[in-house]
Structures are given as C-alpha cells and as structure tokens.
Unconditional design. Structure first.
Length: 102
C-alpha cells in the first residue's frame, strides 16, 4: 500500500467510526414499530420527553440499549425518587427505555 492509499484508508476509517458513533448515541425516536404489548405510541413519546427533561440534570442521559430491562427496573426505582417522578411518569420512562428491545 502506498502512502496516499494508507492516508485515505485512515480518514475513511475515522469517518465511518464517527458516523456509527453519532447514530448509536442518539436517543431513539419511538414510532409505530415500537408499539407492542398494549403500549401507546403517545406514552413512548411522553416517556422520551420526560426522560430528557427530568433525567439529564445530574448526569448525561444513559442510552436505553445500555441496560437490560431488570437493570432499568432497578435504576428507575432509585432515580424516579431523585427526579421526583410520579408513578405514571416513571412507568412511561420505563416503557420508553425498555420498549426498543421487545
Ligand atoms: C438528583 C440527581 C439525579 C437525577 C435527577 C437523576 N439521577 Fe440518575 N444518577 C444520579 C447519581 C448520583 C447516580 C450514580 C450514583 C448511584 O449509584 O446511585 C446516578 C446513576 C444513574 C444510572 C446508573 C449509571 C451506572 O452507574 O451505570 C442510571 C441508569 C440513571 N442514573 C438513570 C436516571 C434516570 C432514568 C433518571 C430520571 C428518572 C435519573 N437518573 C435522574 C443522580 C440523578
């Protein structure tokens, strides 16, 4: 491989990594394919809203795919108190962060 190709290859790799990273770090937008098990699309959208509004004041938002359902269950129980969510809000956030996996 000559110098020019190695150079191009290097930048191509960086470009690909940044594209993959920026896609995977976005919080998913719920749409009708996420709606299962009697959950309403509006609940998922509200859950996302509440999650962004109430859960980002102390730390960065954690991506839904980072934790399993039982881990979310565990963390939400603790964090809902910190963020002073009502039971309904907690449930919507829980549905939002776990629905993508179902
Ligand atoms: C009042 C501040 C505060 C608010 C509001 C808050 N958190 Fe947290 N969160 C923390 C602190 C502090 C920790 C880490 C300490 C710990 O282990 O309890 C943490 C840790 C976490 C973790 C675990 C990170 C790890 O260690 O893997 C998750 C997940 C999380 N928060 C989600 C949420 C969600 C969801 C909400 C909204 C319902 C929220 N947080 C709102 C303070 C907050």
């Amino acid at each position: 491989m000559n110098f020019k190709n190695a150079f191009l290859c290097f930048f191509y790799t960086i470009f690909l990594c940044s594209v993959i990273y920026s896609c995977s770090s976005a919080l998913y937008e719920p749409d009708s394919k996420n709606v299962k098990n009697g959950t309403l699309l509006s609940e998922l959208k509200e859950g996302r809203e509440i999650y962004i509004r109430k859960c980002s004041s102390c730390h960065n938002l954690h991506l839904p795919e980072k934790y399993s359902e039982s881990e979310w269950d565990h963390w939400l129980e603790i964090m809902a108190k910190k963020a002073q969510l009502t039971k309904q809000e907690e449930l919507k956030v829980y549905k939002y962060v776990t629905m993508e996996k179902k």
